[in-house]
Write a protein that binds this ligand. Structure first.
Ligand SMILES: NC(=O)c1ccc[n+]([C@@H]2O[C@H](COP(=O)([O-])OP(=O)(O)OC[C@H]3O[C@@H](n4cnc5c(N)ncnc54)[C@H](OP(=O)(O)O)[C@@H]3O)[C@@H](O)[C@H]2O)c1
Length: 334
């Protein structure tokens, strides 16, 4: 029988408490063995409520615990690279939340460390493990939609809490880093192409100085991709892939529910959608799937779902969005 991996969680982040840890219950592959917080009482309380055996009063204690095999890093964005590096140097495999880095050049250091310490490191784009996105990619690659010429995306929510990490510039806040990463990542994932250049427009919140509305046009070489994101609009999300024969609509592309089936609609210019072909995926939890895929990569020495090389390419696009908005010019992504 294979060894059951012991995972440790760096911090009591909301995403960890509410989504990722609950989704990782009852597995033969792994267990959540420990959780760390800056505050020992908070770590203990969270460990107790989620049934985690061990609590630590500092991140370093968890990182240096020889019992831990894999670390999940959901710290604020500006702490991702430094703590992922610490974990790697302690010989741990790391699944780090998106965005892994706020500068693509920092990823080179992680790649070097990953190879030196011979560990698995990946970015937690759970969409890459979600059956609806695997299906979408398969449909596009098979030619079922005809040649894809355009992609459109939208992702928004409303959050004007000044204390939320998303509204703190120094912590890597703002819409591009928080949610712009998804339409970029899923387009690259499905199209299996890298965009060559982009032009963008961002509106910044005057108080937070973080981007609160943004639109981007990406040149995917004969495929035009556009998307809009916002941190201060009513919540909505959708991704559309336009082929010469058919249109594919991913109904809930990013916050895919785990208690009902995910649906992909395929239609051919039928505005009522009455005749849309509905692809209904079996009920699944994308965070469970992510943990299974990452654990299997560790246990079977396989490539992780989202490699650091993939992360680097995504980060370059996100950085170019800021460059284009400030220069008001097209930016080549190199
Ligand atoms: N993949 C997804 O679906 C998804 C969804 C949401 C968020 N995320 C990502 O997950 C990460 C965490 O997001 P979240 O919304 O869960 O954040 P959050 O609730 O604010 O959690 C961040 C945690 O970081 C720790 N921390 C350390 N230094 C901190 C500081 N100076 N200020 C505030 N917190 C500090 C805190 O834990 P302790 O107090 O316990 O030390 C805090 O609970 C982000 O990178 C975000 O992009 C991913």
């Amino acid at each position: 029988m294979k060894k059951k991996l012991k995972w440790g969680v760096l911090s009591t982040a909301k995403i960890a408490r509410e989504k990722v840890i609950p989704a990782m219950a009852n597995s033969d592959l792994y267990e959540i063995y420990g959780i760390a917080s800056r505050n020992l009482d908070r770590a203990k309380e969270t460990a107790k409520s989620l049934g985690i055996p061990k609590a630590y009063g500092s991140y370093d204690e968890l990182i240096n615990d020889p019992e831990i095999d894999v670390i999940y890093n959901p710290l604020p964005n500006d702490m991702h690279v430094s703590y992922t590096l610490k974990c790697i140097e302690a010989g741990k495999h790391v699944l780090c939340e998106k965005p892994m880095a706020l500068n693509n050049e920092e990823i080179d250091g992680l790649i070097t460390a990953r190879d030196k310490f011979n560990v698995k490191v990946g970015e937690a784009f759970m969409v890459a493990s979600n059956p609806q996105w695997l299906k979408a990619r398969e449909l596009v690659r098979s030619g079922y939609l005809g040649k894809i010429k355009a992609v459109q995306g939208f992702f928004s929510y409303f959050n004007d809490n000044k204390d939320n990490i998303r509204n703190i510039e120094e912590m890597g806040g703002g819409g591009v880093w928080d949610i712009g990463c998804y339409p970029v990542f899923t387009s690259r994932f499905v199209l299996d192409k890298e965009p060559g250049r982009l032009v963008s427009m961002l509106e910044f919140d005057p108080q937070f100085r973080t981007d609160k509305v943004g639109s981007v046009l990406l040149d995917f070489h004969e495929i035009q991709m556009t998307f809009t994101i916002s941190t201060q609009l009513t919540a909505y999300q959708r991704m559309l892939f336009f082929g010469e024969k058919k249109i594919m609509e991913i109904r809930i592309p990013f916050n895919a529910p785990s208690d009902q089936p995910n649906e992909i609609y395929i239609h051919e210019g039928d505005f009522s959608k009455a005749n849309a072909e509905k692809i209904v995926l079996p009920i699944s939890n994308q965070y469970t799937q992510q943990a299974i895929d990452f654990s299997n990569a560790v246990l079977e020495d396989k490539e992780v779902p989202v490699s650091l090389e993939n992360t680097k390419a995504n980060t370059k696009v996100l950085q170019a969005i800021f460059q284009s908005s400030s220069s008001e010019k097209w930016v080549n992504i190199i």
